[in-house]
Design a protein around this ligand. Structure first.
Ligand code: HEC
Ligand code: HEC
Length: 500
């Protein structure tokens, strides 16, 4: 008797592919709270069907080189929770060239194919908005570089929001989300819009309670959440799924990344070669782009794929000049550094300041910092955005005040918008110190044009870059060379889902 009940226990476990909960005495089904819930393993996908997503980045050279597409399906041997070996599906994502590392994934939200598919569905579904009219994709549209291309977003009742929608592209690499960094993960961020009266919420009751209720009215969503999370839809699970999808919105393999790779290869092949990008490195990858009819890469630089191959050398020279300016005279790399061209921190450039005064509503990072942690250096600090895919995301800056890249360069050329909290990296600190010393010794020196005094009387002198017309053009061309391949269709096409 005892023996046979033991063996049926084992059978039940095997039949459920490791669903250990099935062996326990049945509980009456507990109501599932809307915020977060305890998973019931018996509801989840069987272990053998719960395919992982794995990022493979260029640091993992051999594996990375083997992958030919962005989305690669394979099988792997895995060990299930009761120690059995199973062969199961795995999806390997080839992280685009230039993004040398895989994005960080929080341990409590591992990437799986089913979770990604659920997150993708939620991202494009208007069900999360109170009036059923707005989805994440409304303001972060794959056809518009994952933005809305508006100066400031339009919300649920076509109401103007206060700020420009940043792109979701490569947001997996940000340490902080939002211009003021008030969220520290994509999971944290994705809960914001649903409850924001200017975005997806019409007011009345708890926004997430309403959104979760709507999800639970859909039998397909209930089934999908149960299979992925082991319980009915909750806010916690929806946030996790959306974040898993967003982590795959990646852009790289720009003309600049390719030129860097060509340079590294040149140096590896020949010890005598200098590890420095040359016009010829750019020209080489441009010629390759012409040979491969890479219209996206060529058009982003204003080149006609059919006619302009003879221009490759001249454009290569301009790109090398633009690069030298970016990392040199124009001082862009003081803040735009690393794979995604951001220092992941905050700076006051003065966008939003008027006549030298920054309104309190523009205090940004300072306002977002918790009480007890206010840092005056963060007054008006906006997050440094990445610089990939810029051709799709105009207008620029947090207030959408610059319509073109040329406009952005002119903005930097004059030292940003002066205000008393202007970032030290935007200021001529040497000239400021000189004037302050002269004033202290009683000399009457007047401030240069465009400079102001702070409330305590010290000078703020914006650092003018003094770029020539040609230099500005080269810098703009270099920014266009950071454009990169479009987001892969497996991610950007709302209708594409992996086969079960
Ligand atoms: C009505 C337009 C609108 C909708 C709908 C919307 N967003 Fe946004 N999103 C914005 C705006 C505007 C910001 C910037 C807000 C800020 O910084 O204060 C933003 C910021 C973000 C960021 C931060 C990016 C960065 O670089 O800091 C991410 C990620 C994001 N949204 C994802 C989503 C997701 C996921 C959804 C759906 C759950 C969503 N958004 C819905 C307009 C929208
Ligand atoms: C002191 C740090 C700093 C320096 C130096 C700097 N940037 Fe920025 N950049 C930022 C910050 C912060 C923002 C966002 C500011 C805002 O929206 O108010 C920004 C925004 C931008 C944007 C707009 C991106 C978007 O999505 O809206 C572009 C383009 C840009 N910078 C390019 C450059 C170039 C080119 C240079 C060199 C000429 C440069 N930056 C120098 C910090 C800096």
């Amino acid at each position: 008797m005892i023996r046979s009940s033991r063996s049926s226990y084992v059978l039940a476990v095997v039949a459920l592919g490791g669903g250990i909960a099935a062996a326990q005495p049945p509980h009456p089904p507990a109501p599932v709270p809307h915020t977060a819930a305890v998973p019931n393993a018996a509801l989840k996908l069987p272990f053998k069907d719960d395919a992982r997503i794995e990022f493979v980045a260029a640091v993992n050279k051999a594996e990375w080189a083997k992958l030919t597409a962005f989305w690669n399906e394979a099988t792997e041997e895995a060990t299930d929770p009761v120690g059995g070996k199973v062969a199961r599906r795995v999806v390997r994502i080839k992280v685009p060239l230039g993004l040398s590392k895989a994005p960080d994934v929080p341990p409590e939200n591992p990437m799986t194919v089913a979770k990604w598919a659920l997150g993708k569905r939620l991202y494009y579904d208007k069900v999360l908005s109170a009036n059923g009219k707005v989805a994440c994709a409304t303001c972060h549209d794959p056809k518009k570089g994952f933005t809305d291309q508006l100066p400031v977003s339009l919300g649920i009742n076509d109401e103007k929001g206060g700020i420009n929608a940043p792109t979701v592209v490569n947001s997996a690499y940000h340490k902080f989300q939002f211009w003021d960094g008030r969220a520290t993960s994509l999971e944290d961020q994705s809960q914001g819009p649903v409850g924001n009266p200017k975005e997806m919420f019409a007011g009345g009751g708890d926004a997430w309670e309403g959104a979760v209720k709507r999800l639970r009215q859909s039998p397909e969503y209930v089934k999908q959440f149960e299979q992925v999370f082991g319980h009915a839809p909750t806010r916690d699970a929806a946030a996790k799924a959306i974040a898993a999808y967003e982590r795959t919105v990646l852009v790289g393999n720009s003309v600049y990344d390719r030129a860097e790779a060509a340079m590294k290869k040149r140096v590896a092949d020949d010890d005598a070669e200098e590890a420095k990008l040359k016009p010829a490195d750019f020209a080489k990858v441009l010629k390759q782009a012409f040979a491969a009819m890479d219209t996206n890469a060529l058009k982003s630089l204003g080149l006609d794929p059919d006619r302009d191959v003879a221009k490759a050398d001249a454009v290569g020279a301009k790109l090398a000049s633009g690069r030298a300016l970016f990392f040199g005279k124009a001082r862009c790399s003081n803040c735009h550094v690393g794979d995604n061209f951001t220092d992941l921190t905050f700076h006051n450039l003065g966008a939003g300041a008027k006549d030298g005064v920054l309104p309190e509503a523009e205090y940004a990072r300072f306002a977002a910092l918790p009480t007890g942690h206010k840092d005056p250096a963060m007054i008006g600090g906006q997050k440094t955005p990445g610089l990939r895919g810029l051709l799709d995301t105009a207008p620029y800056l947090h207030d959408g005040s610059e319509k073109t890249l040329e406009g952005v360069i002119d903005f930097y050329d004059r030292g940003g918008n002066v205000n008393e909290f202007l970032d030290p990296k935007m200021r001529d600190t040497e000239a400021e110190a000189k004037i302050a010393r002269a004033w202290a010794s009683g000399q009457k020196i007047s401030l240069p044009e465009g400079a102001i005094k702070t409330r305590d009387g010290s000078p703020v002198i914006p650092f003018k870059l003094n770029l020539t017309g040609d230099e500005k053009a080269d810098l703009v061309l270099f920014l266009k060379a950071l454009q990169g391949d479009p987001v892969d269709p497996t991610v950007a096409d709302p209708g594409w889902f992996p086969k079960k």
